[in-house]
Design a protein around this ligand. Structure first.
Ligand code: NAD
Length: 483
């Protein structure tokens, strides 16, 4: 049994509420327990962050950067243990868990390259300086697809900006993140990073907490809407990274096999559980059949199974609720009369395994096209007219990412220009490193993560006006102006 503790005020803390059992999605066995955070313990975590804030925010920006970048070393030095935890609780194969771990370390190390904009104007008689100030206590809530990576995507910029943080992993994937909290207690001052765990009830406690100055959330659009409502009560600032239903448009001039393989991984990496994975493919009619055959050939060459087993390239769906959702979408597509192409998946035993499934050419208003699947079921549609396909690609309430594939880069770029999304890619996908801002258009989000713009989301602006001294007449002028 893996039983990590919460980290509150730099100390290990057991939960006061009932612990949350953590399942291995490949076996459905209980592998660990996460502490159940009580309301009082959340108060303690927020108070610890509040207490740490004056000292932490007073440190020079460059010193904070160095200290946060040191988290990268703690992550890689404990790589073997964290990778295993990620595979056991999330389901992804060990090699993919290693990729996530490297990503988490990369996000921490990348803060060394951060800078704050320096803006000043005026002269000695009146000087204006723009300052960026940390906000205080950040409440961060993350999902279960990339538990450690999404945690570091929040911790690294929030804390570098001078804030202190209370972070909550998803109830089904808390183990690696709690362990990370244990590993970094000697690296950052007590209270700067607090990690709490528990059931879904802890999220609303964080977003409604009067001691939280900013909410940073990654998860579903449904929950994002609830968070906006909760934040409205106290006008708490928030950044929301929400769901996506990203289109990929494949023109007829591509190398079909190469693009099919790229888009296989661009849609099925992590068994499709990635916000910026391609979730709808639009393939030109001239190459549609060849593309589908090439895509399914890649799918059938994969081994889906328990992520700890050698040779496994794709894992299960992370939790039962998501498995049921993905299965319902595939069942409904079949019932609607669409043809399904499927690869092999373990069946008949334990584990939330669902086969790679392509739904052939569903209608634009089909459920599988309109809804985000977040799993290994993918609609692949035909198109002939470029104007038409741009309208279809933009025809959902989401606007996270989108990609265009063609050997004619100029033509592809002109199409990408017209995609209504926050990240658009030409001949690539999911390319979103820590120095590149990433937001969400339409219902895919609010605000920006990553890059300098992402850093500034954890700060507020203060414009300072400085005069050289106070002349008697100036006061009289101010009063006269006010009257
Ligand atoms: P979810 O919204 O159900 O849960 C996310 C987190 O929110 C969990 O930690 C959960 O405990 C917490 N939560 C649940 N209800 C809450 C509430 N009322 N108030 C506050 N917190 C609450 O999402 P999920 O099912 O865990 O994740 C899948 C979704 O996340 C998908 O829609 C996916 O597209 C999205 N996602 C988006 C990004 C991105 O960067 N845009 C990245 C990864 C996942």
């Amino acid at each position: 049994m893996i039983t990590p503790q919460m980290t509150i005020g730099g100390k290990g803390v057991a939960g006061q509420e009932a612990p949350v059992a953590v399942l291995n999605p490949a076996t459905e066995e209980i592998i660990g327990e996460a502490p159940g955070c009580s309301r009082e313990q959340l108060d303690e975590a927020v108070a610890a962050a509040r207490t740490a804030f004056p000292g932490w925010s007073a440190r020079p920006f460059d010193e904070r950067k160095k200290m946060v970048a040191a988290l990268a070393q703690a992550i890689t030095e404990n790589g073997e243990e964290l990778i295993r935890l990620l595979t056991l609780e999330q389901g992804k194969p060990l090699a993919a868990a290693e990729g996530e771990l490297q990503g988490a370390a990369y996000w921490a190390a990348a803060v060394e390259g951060f800078s704050l904009p320096q803006e000043a104007w005026g002269d000695d008689s009146r000087r204006v300086t723009i300052r960026h100030l940390p906000l205080g206590v950040v409440g961060a809530i993350v999902p279960w697809n990339y538990p450690l990576l999404t945690a570091l995507m929040k911790i690294a910029p929030a804390v570098t900006a001078g804030n202190c943080i209370v972070l909550k992993p998803a109830p089904t994937t808390p183990l690696a993140t709690l362990r990370f909290g244990e590993l970094i207690r000697d690296i950052l001052p007590a209270g700067v990073v607090n990690i709490v765990s528990g059931g879904d009830e802890v999220g609303p406690w964080i977003t409604a907490h009067p001691g939280v100055d900013k909410i940073s959330f990654t998860g579903s659009t449904v929950t994002g809407r609830r968070i906006m409502q909760s934040a409205a009560e106290r006008i708490t600032r928030f950044t929301l990274e929400l769901g996506g239903n990203d289109p990929a448009i494949v023109l007829s001039d591509v190398d079909v096999e190469a693009v099919a393989e790229k888009l296989f991984w661009g849609s099925m990496l992590n068994s499709g559980q990635i916000c910026v994975a391609a979730k709808r493919l639009y393939v030109h009619a001239d190459i549609f059949d060849a593309f589908l055959a090439a895509f399914m050939a890649v799918a059938r060459s994969q081994t889906m199974g328990n992520g700890v087993d050698a040779g496994v390239t794709l894992g299960p769906i992370q939790n039962r609720a998501q498995f049921e959702r993905v299965k319902r979408l595939a069942d409904n597509a079949r019932t609607a009369g669409y043809r399904l192409h499927q690869a092999e998946a373990p069946s008949g035993g334990a584990g939330f395994f669902f086969p790679i499934t392509v739904v052939e050419d569903p209608a634009d208003d089909a459920e599988i096209v309109q809804e985000e699947q977040f799993g290994p079921v993918l609609p692949v549609m035909r198109f002939t007219d470029v104007e038409d396909v741009i309208a279809r690609a933009n025809g959902t309430p989401y606007g996270l990412g989108g990609s265009v594939w063609s050997n004619d880069v100029e033509r592809a770029s002109a199409i990408a220009d017209r995609l209504d999304c926050a990240a658009s890619w030409v001949n690539t996908i999911m390319d979103a490193p820590p120095d590149q801002p990433m937001g969400g258009h339409k219902q895919s989000g609010f605000g920006v993560e990553n890059g300098q713009l992402g850093l500034l989301e954890y700060m507020s602006v203060q414009s300072r006006v400085t005069l050289p001294g106070v002349a008697a007449v100036a006061g009289a002028d101010l009063v006269a102006d006010a009257v």
